[in-house]
Ligand binder design. Structure first.
Ligand code: PMP
Length: 498
């Protein structure tokens, strides 16, 4: 066990795992699971290396903004490194990449500047260069930065050799994006054992390397076609990749079909319990082709570049449903409890805890709760009795926020209402006043309006606006809002309740 002074110290030293069920029986296929990096991909290594190389060379100054054009793992790795080291980060990204990526980057504190999808990858890069030059930002240049290859020589390759403990590696299999992994690992494995074959996988519909056609300067490669393997084969052969090829590092190029990439990513999950992304499935597809032709007893090492978590909106998760399928519904119906086809029990008002108090004491406490409720109603024309962690209360809060309505939120489960059990005591008082035992309960001008459902209806039929106006409460009367969309996603109309 080690204690770390920084999350950045946990980058690398990822496990090499021998496949149990997917490999041919007489071949050892070992996968290097880069999802173990803190942000879930191989690019964490590069992010740290590029930033630290720039710090050492003095090209990156304390507090200077870092910028890179990236659609995914590089940006996420950089966001972690910049967050820990205190550099602002700007990522330029085409608008066509998934929303979850933008949100993830912004969650980590990065700013995301979108570029038109029609301008493709080169548009992202052009914008990054323009912003870097105009504002004096540090541009990472991952496709040509030697620090990207060097970190793989120093860490990834050494880890593989250490973990193999002298066993000969028949083949090492990788794809290429920037070519950092390819260039950095291949030269160390070849130096350790020239017999190790370096096998590069690429999409079958974008045979940039297999075609042997040289990369035209400043233009897309003629053989590039859009493909499924995000992070692999951009529309050009990068400088780092060209250098690895020129150094004679690449022994074989294996084409991989998109369906095989998806199938093997799914099989890794279901047969090996290893949860990885599409390029990992693709690399394994190539590694298994190599393994099938390898002499018995061989060791094949395969890179798995990232986690499967960030592919939920991609074809990898096609057919993975949110709702129960027929088989799951049948399982649900096979026992009597908690089903959708039997009526749910009506909620009962929360009982005041049975304490050993006299009826007279009880009446005093009840009167206190009544007074407290009136106090609350006197404080604001709009009052919501709520629970801090209730999704219906959140939905009501969202509507008020959209309308710009000021209101008093009385959070019955907050520490403020724990003294004398006031949060619990207010509930029967509220139930008596409103005729409903549920939370939230919203009051306008001291009069009950109802809960979240009634609030949404009142907005839709115009009566909410009238009541707010009658109390002199300012709100955005022109707001166009579909309140249904403010409800939690699991409440949207479902098929399985039928
Ligand atoms: N797979 C994925 C998912 C990636 O994000 C990347 C990085 N672009 C790669 C593979 C390729 O790695 P490298 O850039 O080192 O060639």
């Amino acid at each position: 066990m080690t204690r770390y002074a920084s999350i950045l110290e946990t980058i690398g030293r990822t496990p090499l795992v021998r496949l149990a069920r997917l490999a041919p029986p007489d071949i050892n296929v070992h996968v290097k699971v880069e999802a173990f990096n803190p942000m879930g991909s191989v690019k964490d290594r590069m992010a740290l290396a590029v930033i630290e190389a720039a710090e050492r060379s003095g090209t990156l100054h304390p507090g200077q903004t870092v910028i890179e054009a990236t659609s995914g793992n590089t940006g996420i790795g950089l966001a972690m490194v910049c967050a820990r080291k205190g550099y602002p980060l700007v990522v330029t990204m085409a608008e066509s990449f998934s929303l979850e990526r933008r949100r993830l980057l912004r969650f980590l504190g990065a700013r995301v500047v979108l570029t038109p999808a029609s301008e493709k990858g080169s548009g992202m890069l052009a914008k990054a260069i323009e912003l870097a030059e105009t504002h004096g930002y540090f541009l990472c240049r991952q496709f040509e930065n030697e620090a990207n290859a060097e970190v793989h020589s120093r860490t990834t390759a050494r880890e593989i050799l250490d973990d193999m403990q002298g066993e000969p590696i028949h083949a090492w299999v990788t794809g290429f994006g920037t070519g950092g992994t390819l260039k950095g690992v291949s030269r160390v494995l070849k130096a350790a054992d020239p017999a190790t074959r370096v096998v590069v996988a690429e999409p079958d519909n974008a045979p940039l390397l297999a075609s042997g056609e040289v990369q035209p300067a400043g233009r897309s490669h003629t053989r590039f076609r859009p493909h499924l393997m995000q992070g692999w084969s951009p529309d050009f052969i990068s400088a780092l990749t060209q250098q690895a090829v020129a150094a004679g590092m690449v022994d074989d190029v294996v084409p991989v079909a998109g369906e095989d990439a998806l199938r093997l990513a799914r099989e890794l999950a279901r047969k090996e319990g290893i949860f990885v992304g599409i390029s990992a499935g693709a690399t394994l597809a190539a590694a298994l082709q190599v393994a099938r032709q390898a002499p018995a007893g061989s060791h094949v090492v395969c890179m798995l570049p990232d986690t499967g978590e960030r592919y939920q909106s991609t074809p990898l998760f096609e057919g993975i449903e949110d709702e129960m399928n027929e088989e799951e519904l049948a399982l649900s119906r096979s026992t009597p409890g908690c089903r959708f086809d039997t009526p749910a029990p009506t909620p009962q008002p929360t009982a005041v805890p049975a304490a050993r108090v006299t009826a007279a004491q009880e009446a005093v406490k009840d009167a206190e709760a009544e007074r407290r409720l009136d106090d609350c109603l006197a404080q604001s024309p709009v009052v919501m009795f709520a629970l801090a962690w209730c999704e219906f209360c959140w939905a009501a809060r969202k509507l008020f926020a959209r309308l710009g309505v000021d209101y008093l939120s009385v959070d019955l489960d907050s520490p403020d209402y724990q003294a004398d059990d006031m949060g619990v005591r207010l509930r029967p008082v509220l139930a008596r006043r409103t005729g409903a035992p549920t939370i939230p309960q919203i009051f306008i001008g001291g009069e009950p309006l109802g809960g979240c459902g009634e609030l949404f209806e009142a907005w839709a039929d115009g009566s909410l606006g009238e009541r707010l106006a009658a109390c002199g409460v300012a709100f955005d009367s022109g707001a166009r809002i579909d309140p249904e969309l403010l409800l939690p996603a699991w409440l949207h109309p479902r098929s399985t309740t039928a």
